[in-house]
Design a protein around this ligand. Structure first.
Ligand SMILES: Nc1ncnc2c1ncn2[C@@H]1O[C@H](COP(=O)(O)OP(=O)(O)O)[C@@H](O)[C@H]1O
Ligand SMILES: [Mg+2]
Length: 250
């Protein structure tokens, strides 16, 4: 089956503020790092794909059909890990994930099998009956990741999945995500370069709502000016961020 998510001239305004400005890109299976400073429009882009937020212009098509007409048929293919956490502290890991599963239309045996499966994937089977409120930041993020994986979605949106994690937890989540990317479209939003530099096939540079460039990390590094001085000894995606997304450029 072809797998294609097309964003065409996508625009979102909040009053005078254009949060997303005429973004066009076609995503096929692979891992995409959506890189931009706070306020660049990363969450807005994801909210438009999940249809949590109404777009002001443009179109989103999944395998050639508008997601608004696909409705549930698209939502069943979509996993979304939101940026915020903290609303489900009183629930156990299992009950929270089951709850989201029911919202996604799963029930009975299929629901239980899926919940077991995603808890296993993120390594939380042992603590499934414990309250999420007592979990570490990394465990909470894995709970959020687990619910996004219910139903084995073909499109996975991860909004700042390593926010608030210590370095070890960060690496762990990153490794999970790397394994997920086979045969799927994974879009990972972050303002932290190291979250994506080892796992992104393509990097989307977003600045003030505009998609500046889309390319492989290598090509982006290659596009730096010849006289650019690396910030850490050798040129890296960190330099790409500083050069393209810094105040001076564009
Ligand atoms: N619900 C909202 N109401 C008003 N402005 C918003 C809302 N959500 C986002 N914005 C604005 O849209 C812009 C992009 O925000 P956001 O998509 O959250 O950026 P990012 O996720 O990259 O930090 C910012 O200027 C932000 O203030
Ligand atoms: Mg955000």
């Amino acid at each position: 089956m072809e797998l294609k998510l097309e964003l065409e001239h996508l625009t979102k305004r909040y009053g005078e503020n254009t949060a997303l400005d005429d973004v066009t890109i076609t995503l096929t299976p692979g891992t995409y790092g959506l890189l931009g400073a706070n306020g660049a429009g990363k969450s807005t882009l994801m909210n438009l794909i999940t249809d949590n937020v109404k777009r002001d212009g443009g179109k989103i098509c999944f395998n050639g059909e508008d997601i608004l007409s696909l409705g549930d048929k698209f939502r069943s293919q979509l996993g979304y890990m939101p940026q915020q956490q903290g609303v489900y502290e009183q629930m156990t890991a299992e009950s929270f994930i089951s709850y989201i599963g029911r919202l996604k239309g799963l029930k009975g045996k299929a629901l239980r099998a899926q919940v077991d499966h995603v808890l296993e994937l993120v390594n939380l089977s042992d603590v499934r009956h414990k309250k999420v409120g007592g979990f570490s930041g990394g465990m909470k993020q894995r709970v959020l990741l687990a619910q996004a994986l219910l139903g084995s979605p073909k499109v996975l949106l991860l909004d700042e999945p390593t926010a608030g994690l210590d370095p070890r937890e960060r690496v762990r989540i990153r490794n999970f995500i790397k394994e997920l990317a086979q045969d799927r479209i994974v879009l990972l939003a972050t303002h932290i370069v190291t979250d994506i530099e080892s796992i992104a096939d393509q990097v989307l540079l977003l600045k003030k709502g505009k998609l500046l460039r889309v390319d492989t990390p290598q090509n982006l590094i290659g596009a730096l000016p010849a006289d650019w001085k690396p910030v850490m000894g050798v040129l890296s995606l960190e330099d790409v961020y500083l050069y393209f997304l810094g105040e001076q450029h564009g």
